[in-house]
Design a protein around this ligand. Structure first.
Ligand code: ATR
Length: 272
């Protein structure tokens, strides 16, 4: 019998995680199965516990349950603690859940390793101050950028995040209006703009010559943010498919102790 893993969320039908983990299992020779679990909005814990009773060994957790997964875990990695959210649950020998957050590591790995972006000494702008942003700020600051700005429609939330993460590096909150005249080497869309098509008020002048625009949203077509960035001076762009695959590889490593190759999976999901 293969060891059972799954991704839990609501909705979940669109998730690419089963395809990604099936490819990892094939290439590493690990005997695992990986399925989708749709949890009712008020039934996250019940769904996870039933999965555990049926032999489940680990879970990826996606929208909207990352905070509930944090609350469920008995122990947390330091990066999950910092993010205040859990995207990976690992069953311990004593039957409790260990909670990790591999999102930020996945983003940094995609940027630095796959896309060849120099993060050290870079001027970085992160748009948004929700749960996704909370997961990526620590790993980005670990890369020693020259400056990391957080900008959010609701400015108070950016101010609160900047205050919380200030001990880790040079982070500041900038209101959207204050972005005019500022330039960045890397601009990351960590808002839900593009998940749902939406108006935004970011100035187009944020892209320094040669800058990179990265969208945490991913889609088979260019995303709303990627198109906007291309039209306003970003030299290069990418969407979040690479981050999705890299965070999955981090989870797989936590569960199985082996690190799968990610490039073949990227080619599988986005054939050129
Ligand atoms: P997630 O967990 O994906 O980060 P979230 O916590 O709901 O989701 O956060 C969504 C983010 O997208 C927030 O930063 C939100 O801004 P507000 O805090 O002002 O709500 C941002 N966002 C959503 N729609 C937006 C829009 N049209 N323009 C700019 N920012 C937007």
């Amino acid at each position: 019998m293969p060891d059972r893993y799954a991704v839990v969320g609501n909705p979940i039908a669109h998730s690419k995680s089963p395809q990604i983990h099936a490819a990892f299992a094939r290439t590493t020779g690990q005997d695992v199965s990986y399925e989708r679990l749709l949890a009712p909005l008020d039934g996250f814990v019940a769904t996870v516990e039933q999965f555990r009773r049926e032999g489940g060994r680990g879970l990826n957790v996606t929208v909207p349950f990352k905070l509930e997964a944090f609350a469920l875990a008995a122990l947390h990695s330091s990066r999950a603690q910092l993010a205040g959210a859990v995207n990976t649950l690992h069953l311990e020998a004593d039957g409790t859940w260990y909670g990790d957050n591999t999102d930020g590591a996945g983003l940094v790995r995609d940027l630095a390793h796959n896309l060849g972006i120099e993060l050290r000494d870079a001027r970085i702008l992160v748009l948004g101050a929700g749960g996704a942003t909370r997961g990526i700020l620590g790993p980005l600051l670990d890369c020693l950028p020259r400056a990391l700005a957080v900008s959010n429609r609701t400015h108070d939330k950016a101010v609160a995040l900047a205050r919380q993460f200030a001990p880790l590096g040079p982070i500041e909150a900038i209101a959207p209006a204050g972005l005019a005249g500022r330039e960045f080497d890397l601009v990351v869309n960590s808002t839900s703009v593009g998940v749902v098509s939406a108006k935004h008020d970011w100035p187009a002048s944020v892209f320094a010559p040669g800058s990179f625009a990265y969208d945490l949203v991913y889609s088979d077509e260019p995303t709303q943010f990627v198109r906007w960035a291309q039209q306003h001076g970003a030299a290069r762009t990418a969407d979040g498919l690479g981050m999705l695959i890299e965070q999955a590889a981090e989870s797989f490593h936590l569960w199985r102790g082996v690190r799968p190759e990610t490039m073949p999976v990227f080619a599988l999901l986005r054939p050129r």
